[in-house]
Design a protein around this ligand. Structure first.
Ligand SMILES: C[S@@+](CC[C@H](N)C(=O)[O-])C[C@H]1O[C@@H](n2cnc3c(N)ncnc32)[C@H](O)[C@@H]1O
Length: 286
């Protein structure tokens, strides 16, 4: 999907940035982003990890109800990691291949190919069912350790522990007040010469979604009616999606002692404009 012509991202002025927003059932949602707790997030992913883990991670409609073949699913991870490492090299962000963290690792789709490139990999997930699955299909013995972490932080890791901290299609499921806390933790646990890479939706691009957002604030009754009709005709998405405006993310990274080396557009959560952030520890920060 190409960026729409009228979108001025990434360098031009933004459309009016939205406040942190939530999409439920694939729409800009009505829930207050501050109302979902981390325990709610955990319960959702615990259930998904037990019921349909691979589809919950890569949600192609034809793969629902356990239609993914494990090998085919796991094979999607290698190219992602290879492309990531190539890009880091191109950006002059080459990292030592010693320790990598895969935050929101799911069943290890990306932790496994990371282990082909790094000596040790830690996979972290809020869902114990995902972690148990990941351990079952681990091909790298104790070079990959999977951790169940229901906490709103990464206290299980020391400062300066990782050469690469990577998080893919995960923070978008976490309420912003908590995802921002994890981002600060990424900066804490990365080594001074390491790199943090994560992705997060920022704001709405689709005119239809923007219309829905404005209905949400101006005509919530009409929006509820629309949703009721739509729910009867479509298959709702089982998890929440959140966006945090990129300016807020960057300000938070700076406050956390990180330096944004690059922010690039990604297309992982349409209709949202999302970004991948490349961060180093800011050696000059106190
Ligand atoms: C869409 S899946 C992505 C999995 C993996 N990153 C990949 O690309 O294959 C999102 C994962 O994030 C996990 N997750 C959600 N909230 C989390 C949190 N607060 N801490 C750690 N993991 C979380 C879910 O359990 C799920 O396994």
């Amino acid at each position: 999907m190409e960026a729409r012509a009228w979108s001025k991202e990434p360098d031009g002025p933004l459309q009016a940035p939205l406040p942190d927003a939530i999409i439920r059932d694939g729409e800009v949602g009505g829930a207050d982003p501050r109302s979902e707790s981390l325990a709610d997030v955990q319960a959702t992913w615990e259930h998904l990890g037990a019921a349909d883990p691979l589809w919950a991670i890569l949600s192609a409609p034809e793969k629902q109800y356990n239609q993914w073949k494990l090998d085919e699913f796991m094979a999607t991870g290698g190219p992602t990691i290879e492309a990531l490492l190539r890009l880091l090299d191109e950006l002059g962000l080459t990292v030592n291949r010693a320790r990598a963290l895969d935050f929101g690792c799911g069943v290890g789709r990306l932790s496994q190919p990371l282990a082909e490139q790094f000596e040790r990999v830690a996979g972290v997930d809020i869902s114990d069912s995902m972690i148990r699955f990941a351990r079952r299909v681990n091909r790298h013995g104790d070079r990959v350790l999977y951790h169940h972490n229901p906490a709103p932080d990464l206290h299980l890791f020391a400062d300066n522990a990782f050469d690469l901290v990577f998080s893919n299609i995960t923070l978008q499921h976490v309420p912003p007040r908590i995802s921002l806390r994890y981002i600060a933790e990424f900066v804490r646990v990365v080594k001074p010469d390491g790199v943090v890479v994560f992705q997060l939706p920022s704001h709405i691009e689709s005119p239809r979604a923007r219309l829905r957002h404005s209905m949400e604030t101006r005509a919530p009754g009409l929006l509820r009616l629309y949703r009721t009709v739509r729910r009867r005709t479509t298959n709702p998405s089982p998890y929440s999606m959140y966006a945090v405006p990129w300016r807020r993310v960057e300000a938070h990274i700076r406050r956390s002692g990180g330096l944004v080396v690059k922010r690039e557009r990604d297309f992982l959560a349409p209709p949202w404009v999302g970004f991948r952030y490349f961060i180093r520890k800011d050696g000059t920060a106190r």
